[in-house]
Design a binder for this molecule. Structure first.
Ligand SMILES: *Cc1c(COP(=O)(O)O)cnc(C)c1O
Length: 381
């Protein structure tokens, strides 16, 4: 058996080696390392894949979030609602721009924020909300969009973990994660569902005014070379990365299928085990399983992690701390007692190996290792 990895980028590469090598070699032969034709092509390909009017590529997912926030023309002190249980990038760029991130509790089953939880945190200063489609499943966007309309809020989707996931509205309309709010942001960090071979990111929008603004901000605030209309940033997707992404985008649905198969095998193995809770599926969203995350209420999470480690199976805790407990974001206004769900999740979650290359033998090995630990502690309980 191949050693189990959290993510197997090498194994995935070997299956598309010819196409990737040719794409990269082609960029080197052309010499257009910045803004080469592959970048424009990838923007078009991704826009088509997501069924969205505009895609603007940039340097990474964190930049995408920052550029989106900059495009909203907000004032210092304006509040933006974010989940307390997420990756730090979501809140970081808000704070960096002098805006105020306001953390809210998440739903215990989906790990995502909901309209109800958002509404409780709305104040006269609230200008935007950032639904993070955590671990690969969409937030329940229809009520969130209705709430945003009611309170005139911008919705900036953080789709870094859910590219390719689809959300179905009650009227039957289906939209891709990242194309539902005003602006969607994503990351092509190598381990993401659509990962390049370095850093990369993109913004999505159906609004032409926003599209122009995002493009301008990402490119030093200029729409005409050497004429800078606003203060922007320099954030670009390298041509070589775009070339890699053009190859991999064509595989994204197949990759989602492999991830769903692994998730199905995990579900099947763990769904009846007491104390182990499999990730909940929302009926109105597909899941692309950036992570497969168990909740361990009775089983000792750290004990299981150590047991797996001893078997050579990696696992990860996403995330060990809620945002308000991060030293960088500590504030008087947050109290542990207001976030029982985030607190519990940080103590209970464990993400198992999840990637496109897990084979039957590895899946058996992982599921058996989890089950053997859980039944052994039951014996002594
Ligand atoms: C990865 C990630 C980001 C940041 O992406 P980078 O490309 O690493 O900057 C932002 N938000 C979430 C939820 C992420 O998982």
């Amino acid at each position: 058996m191949e050693k189990v990895q959290m993510v197997d980028l090498k194994g995935q590469y070997l299956k598309i080696k010819q196409d990737i090598d040719a794409a990269i070699q082609n960029c080197i032969n052309d010499g257009y390392f910045i803004n080469g034709p592959e970048v424009k092509l990838f923007q078009e390909n991704l826009a088509q894949y997501l069924n969205v009017n505009h895609v603007v590529t940039c340097g990474n997912g964190t930049d995408a979030l920052q550029i989106a926030m900059m495009a909203l023309d907000l004032q210092s002190g304006d509040e933006i609602i974010v989940p307390a249980f997420t990756y730090v990038a979501t809140a970081e760029v808000i704070a960096l721009l002098g805006l105020t991130p306001v953390m809210v509790e998440v739903d215990p089953d989906t790990f995502n924020i909901t309209a109800d939880l958002i509404e409780k945190a709305i104040t006269p200063k609230t200008r935007a909300v950032v639904p993070v489609h955590l671990f690969g499943q969409c937030c329940d966007m229809e009520p969130i969009m209705q709430l945003a309309e009611k309170y005139q809020l911008y919705v900036i989707e953080d789709t870094a973990q859910a590219l390719g996931a689809q959300y179905t509205f009650s009227n039957g309309i289906v939209k891709s994660a990242g194309t539902i709010g005003h602006i969607g942001c994503t990351s092509f960090f190598p381990s993401k569902n659509l990962g390049c071979y370095g850093d990369g990111g993109a913004l999505m929008t159906n609004d032409e005014t926003f599209a122009k603004k995002l493009q301008k901000i990402a490119n030093h605030g200029q729409s005409k070379k050497y004429y800078h209309e606003v203060v922007g940033v320099n954030s670009r997707l390298d041509t070589i990365q775009a070339a890699v992404l053009n190859v991999k985008l064509a595989k994204l649905d197949e990759y989602a299928k492999s991830r769903n198969y692994a998730a199905y095998r995990y579900d099947e193995a763990f769904s009846k085990i007491e104390g182990v809770q499999i990730p909940k599926r929302q009926p109105n969203s597909t899941h692309v399983f950036h992570q497969y995350t168990l909740k361990l209420s009775e089983v000792h999470r750290n004990g299981l992690k150590k047991h797996l480690e001893e078997q050579g199976i990696p696992s990860m805790i996403y995330y060990p701390l809620p945002l308000y407990k991060q030293e960088a974001f500590r504030s008087e206004k947050y109290h542990e007692r207001d976030f029982p769900v985030s607190e519990a999740l940080c103590a209970q979650v464990l993400s198992l190996p999840m990637h496109t290359e897990l084979d039957e033998v590895q899946l058996d090995f992982i599921t058996n290792s989890v089950i053997s630990y859980v039944s052994s502690i039951k014996q002594y309980a």
